[in-house]
Design a protein around this ligand. Structure first.
Ligand SMILES: *Cc1c(COP(=O)(O)O)cnc(C)c1O
Ligand code: SF4
Length: 336
């Protein structure tokens, strides 16, 4: 049984930091010394998908540079309002694979749980930017989700997704883990989160010890897109996770003007390894409405990947994939 959070006591450090995230476009432009001419567009685009960025992530952005690759991931732009053919609300077929209560079952042996719509940072290319979180989240009826999972004996791995699952409180995560660990068929738990990168305070001792104590094999998939996101201050938290036995992986999205460059992708893999993280996937952009200005053509993606392969040891080469609704796995896109 999962009970609601206890009455809010003192918010934790990370929760206070989360509450200080910047959501006003005018404040963002002021803090980063960017021209006022960006304000109208930013306000319009933020009207349909709000701006949100943590102070930590802001500190990694080069002030005065409207083309900064980290800024591009969070700055709302007028282009997002343009309708582009092929760019749709649900590009990956989530609704067809949704079983209700935030449970999405697409691939053999794995089930994905959408546990929250909340994130510490709003990525402008997010494929779930139009997801109906209010209607479909595992935490609205956790008992029903656990009952459903119990009836799916082939599931070996549960993937916590969102939104960002680490934006849940430790109490809620703890209750969810308690429930999942009771499912006899489960062997692995995977958490997909940007919080360790954008809100380093989130890696509390309590969270890390809870993951260390799990009977499940735990992996954490970070979503870094650019080497500058791997700040030196992240090292102690990531190190503690590894000492707790958590496998650290990374998946990136190939984004025009952010990381569509061999040198940047090579450096990203190197920087990930320096932080104890292995590259897992390099995803083509899911064609979600509002993100067309980030798209990199498949041919260019393959060429970049071929160059990467010539630069890096095999274990630092992410797999180039895209998601095609209805297929039994992510689709490999690599050139021979
Ligand atoms: C991407 C995804 C997974 C995980 O796929 P892996 O190839 O195992 O990383 C699982 N479920 C859903 C719904 C997904 O979109
Ligand atoms: S953290 Fe993930 S779910 Fe949240 S906005 Fe970014 S890409 Fe989307």
């Amino acid at each position: 049984m999962i009970t609601p959070d206890p009455a809010p006591s003192q918010p934790e450090n990370w929760q206070r930091e989360l509450a200080r995230a910047v959501s006003d476009p005018a404040e963002l432009l002021r803090l980063l010394e960017l021209p006022d001419s960006l304000l109208d567009g930013a306000q319009r685009a933020a009207g349909s998908f709000p701006l949100r960025v943590t102070r930590h992530y802001l500190g990694l952005i080069q002030p005065g540079d409207p083309d900064d690759p980290l800024l591009r991931q969070v700055l709302p732009l007028d282009e997002e309002g343009q309708a582009v053919p092929g760019f749709v609300a649900d590009p990956v077929g989530d609704s067809a694979a949704a079983l209700g209560d935030g449970l999405i079952h697409k691939y053999h042996g794995r089930a994905l749980l959408v546990v929250t719509g909340a994130c510490a940072i709003h990525c402008r290319y997010c494929f779930r930017r139009h997801y109906p979180y209010a209607e479909d989240s595992a935490l609205r009826n956790p008992t029903a989700v656990l009952t459903r999972l119990r009836s799916m004996p082939e599931i070996r791995e549960v993937i916590l997704s969102g939104g960002d699952p680490l934006s849940l409180s430790d109490a809620r995560l703890q209750a969810l883990l308690d429930g999942l660990e009771e499912l006899p068929q489960l062997r692995r738990l995977r958490i997909h989160s940007r919080l360790p990168l954008v809100l380093p305070e989130r890696l509390t001792g309590a969270l890390i010890s809870r993951l260390a104590a799990s009977r499940l094999g735990v992996s954490l998939v970070l979503h870094a897109n650019h080497p500058r996101e791997l700040a030196p201050t992240l090292r102690p938290g990531l190190q503690a996770l590894r000492e707790a036995g958590v496998t650290l992986l990374n998946q990136s999205v190939l984004l025009r003007g952010v990381n569509d460059d061999t040198a940047i992708l090579t450096e990203l893999s190197e920087a990930l390894f320096d932080h104890g993280i292995l590259p897992y996937y390099l995803h083509l952009l899911d064609p979600v409405a509002g993100s067309a200005h980030f798209a990199v053509a498949s041919e260019k993606a393959r060429a970049l990947h071929r160059q990467l392969r010539a630069q890096l040891p095999g274990y630092l080469l992410p797999r180039l994939v895209c998601e095609v609704p209805g297929e039994p796995s992510k689709r490999p896109m690599e050139a021979p």
